[in-house]
Structure formats: C-alpha cells, structure tokens
Design a protein around this ligand. Structure first.
Ligand code: IMP
Length: 187
C-alpha cells in the first residue's frame, strides 16, 4: 500500500514534491552518468547514514560497474529541523580510503555544513579522488559553498521527508518525497 495513495495524502504532509516515478527516473540517469565516469576505477561509494540509505540502495542497483560500499554516520539536526552547525562523526568508515576513488552519497545538501565537514575530513585521508553525489539540493539555505558533482533535484526551501529523509525519525519509508506541513515541525 502506498501511504500517499488510496485515501489521499498523509495528514502531516502538505504536498508531494517528487513522485516515486520522478525519483526513480532521475536516480537511473545519475547511475548512468556515474557508471560511465567511473568505468574501470572500482570506486568506493560512501553513504551518509541514515538519510541516504534508500537513495544509495536504488543507485547501486542501477549502476553497471562494480563498486564497493561503506557508510559513515554523522550528527546533523538531532531532533529539530534547523542545523546547529556542529558536525560529529557517530560511526566512522570501516576501511582506509587512501588511494581509492571515493564518491560521497548524500540525501540532501541544505546549509552545506555537513558536506563541507565530510569533504575536508575525507580529503585528509588521501583518497585518489573525492566527489559528491546528492539526491536533493536546497541552495537557498547555503551557509558554506560546497562543490556537488552529481545533483538529483534542486528543491525550494521546504522541509521534505520520505525516500530516506526523516523528521525526528519519522516518515523515512515513504516512496515519494513530500513537503512536511509547517505546523508539524513548528510546534
Ligand atoms: P546541512 O548540513 O545543513 O547541509 O544538512 C544536511 C543534513 O540535514 C541532511 O543530511 C539531512 O539529514 C538534514 N536535512 C536538511 N534538510 C532536510 C529536509 O528538508 N528534510 C530532512 N532532512 C533534512
């Protein structure tokens, strides 16, 4: 059952921003690009937990090249919808990335603080190359400039959930990406 279908939108949602079909078609396109850019390089994809887990799972299944996977977990918003600016590694990579072609896979770039921190942190470990892939980009909220190499969708300044993205741990399981009603996170 689709939670967005049957009896209409979930009551906490304002609207669907990106449908499952739109997301899947874009993820497939990005996977095509990554497959040709990294052909013969055996890249390591680093998923940022928890938000990127669904995106990464779909992305790797559309790839046509071999890749390795690792995960890193960072603290971002905690229980609020605003960034504190402080980034902390909660779970580090399992392996050394020295000499590897590393692609960071993120769910959304908002202020850019998380990605900026991660880029610097991983760069210091001397990978052969380091690039960034994000599903969503909210450029209007940027506090620090970060280079994005693969960008799924540029979205307006709304708080979105679904397809791995949460608010307070909720709504990650939706297949579509939806705008959360302001009253749900402003109370
Ligand atoms: P940044 O450090 O401000 O760029 O924030 C990046 C992180 O904040 C993302 O990895 C998400 O976990 C979270 N985030 C930012 N905007 C949203 C949103 O609209 N919905 C859900 N999570 C978000």
């Amino acid at each position: 059952m689709r939670f967005t279908g049957v009896k209409g939108l979930h009551p906490h949602m304002q609207k669907i921003l990106l449908t499952e079909e739109e997301i899947q078609s874009r993820v497939r396109q990005i996977a095509g690009q990554i497959s040709s850019d990294y052909a013969g390089q055996d890249p390591l994809l680093v998923g940022i937990l928890k938000g990127a887990f669904i995106f990464l799972a779909d992305l790797v299944r559309y790839l046509t090249i071999p890749v390795q996977l690792d995960f890193i977990a960072v603290s971002s918003y905690g229980n609020a919808s605003e960034s504190s600016g402080a980034v902390r590694i909660l779970k580090d990579l399992d392996q050394s990335i020295e000499g590897l072609h590393v692609l960071i896979v993120e769910d959304i770039v908002d202020t850019g603080l998380t990605l900026n921190y991660l880029r610097e942190n991983l760069r210091a470990r001397e990978p052969a190359s380091l690039k960034v892939c994000t599903l969503l980009d909210k450029p209007s909220r940027r506090l620090v400039e970060v280079k994005i190499d693969y960008n799924g969708f540029v979205i307006p300044d709304e708080f979105v959930v679904g397809y791995g993205l949460d608010y307070n741990g909720h709504y990650r399981y939706f297949r579509d990406i939806m705008v959360l009603k302001r009253e749900v996170y402003a109370r």
